[in-house]
Design a binder for this molecule. Structure first.
Ligand SMILES: C[S@@+](CC[C@H](N)C(=O)[O-])C[C@H]1O[C@@H](n2cnc3c(N)ncnc32)[C@H](O)[C@@H]1O
Length: 197
């Protein structure tokens, strides 16, 4: 997380949001199937780039809870958030006590950064309970024609501290029902959503 403390003021400008990573977050939010009034947990919310899409899905009566371990990233999120967003500073590898009941959880470009990402699933996601809708958006090596961009993708992941071979979305396939799969940017962006059983 340390690198994000230093990178926070420049994250939105330098993280490749356009033309690459916005496609994954948009597909992930769509795959959640949000409805008005839902409460959504955004794990590793960073500067809050998911918030506009989430808020447009849940409307004025819904609520987003953004959790991140970097105070500097949360400071950026605080400046950008609208009404209906609460922010929590916490390490995702430990349980999050005191959360209200949530309907859905999303995590974009976070789990591949955390070597113990299965611990995040076990201590934070799985305890949310049956029927919770879950979406993981993360990165792998691009395929096909986009394979030419593989060195660039690897460099972007290394800069951000991600393990491009972690493939954390596989846990959604293993542990959820009603799984929706999507990919973008030559398979570099992988999106899995499902319902906890
Ligand atoms: C690449 S950024 C992604 C931010 C946001 N989800 C997005 O899509 O733009 C990764 C974020 O994960 C957070 N993070 C990494 N490890 C964490 C941990 N163990 N606990 C909490 N947050 C963590 C970082 O602080 C950073 O804000």
């Amino acid at each position: 997380m340390d690198r994000y403390e230093h990178f926070a003021p420049f994250y939105n400008a330098l993280s490749g949001e356009w033309p690459v990573y916005s496609a994954g977050r948009e597909a992930g939010i769509r795959a959640l199937g949000l409805r008005a009034g839902m409460t959504v947990l955004d794990l590793g919310c960073g500067t809050g780039l998911n918030f506009p899409g989430l808020l447009s899905g849940i409307g004025a009566t819904g609520r987003v809870i953004g959790v991140d371990g970097s105070p500097a990233m949360l400071a950026q999120a605080r400046r950008a958030r609208g009404t209906g967003v609460d922010l929590v500073c916490a390490d995702l590898t430990s349980p999050l006590p005191g959360l209200p009941r949530v309907d859905a959880v999303i995590t974009t470009y976070v789990l591949s950064l955390i070597p113990a990402w299965r611990m995040v699933w076990e201590s934070v996601v799985r305890p949310l309970g049956r029927r919770t809708r879950v979406c993981i958006v993360d990165m792998q090596r691009p395929k096909g024609a986009y394979g030419l961009l593989s060195p660039l993708a690897r460099a972007a992941c290394a800069l951000g501290g991600s393990d491009i071979d972690a493939h954390p979305w596989t846990v959604v396939e293993e542990e959820c029902d009603d799984v929706v799969s999507a990919s973008a940017r030559g398979g570099h962006l992988q999106i899995r959503a499902g319902t906890l059983r």
